[in-house]
Write a protein that binds this ligand. Structure first.
Ligand code: ZN
Ligand code: ZN
Length: 133
């Protein structure tokens, strides 16, 4: 993609580097309460893999809210999955009034933290609860 990508690929042997679907910065892998996620150091966007251990974290540690208020929502914002490069689908949760991007192939989720910038500051765990309920 660019010269920086080549450098990162040499240093990241465990897995492919991921780039923010919004601003293309390299995502930084983090983990809290058994939840693994990647965060963009530039725009603060969060990426969550749809992993088995994420589901376990949900079962054991996280009480989830009311699901199914989510419907497909075309916002004319086309971004690609940082893992499999599939074009992601904009989703909106009507009840909680937020939206996110979901990959229909690997089921990863990208959450733009800018969505909450004006109203409230949520932790990654709280956002995880919203996204995986
Ligand atoms: Zn970003
Ligand atoms: Zn994907």
């Amino acid at each position: 993609m660019n010269q920086r990508l080549d450098e990162e690929e040499r240093t990241w042997e465990a897995r492919q580097p991921r780039h923010c679907p919004k601003c293309s910065n390299t995502l930084i892998s983090k983990s809290v309460n058994n939840i693994t996620y990647d965060q963009c150091p530039n725009c603060g966007g969060l990426w969550f893999d749809a992993l088995e251990d994420q589901k376990l974290a949900k079962e054991y540690g996280i009480d989830t809210g009311d699901p199914d208020a989510v419907s497909a929502y075309d916002k004319n914002r086309r971004i690609n999955c940082p893992v499999c490069s599939t074009q992601m689908v904009s989703m909106i949760d009507i009840k909680h009034d937020y939206h996110y991007e979901k990959c229909q192939v690997c089921y990863g989720v990208f959450y733009d933290t800018g969505e909450f910038a004006d109203s409230q500051k949520l932790t990654a765990v709280e956002i995880f609860k919203l996204l995986f309920d």
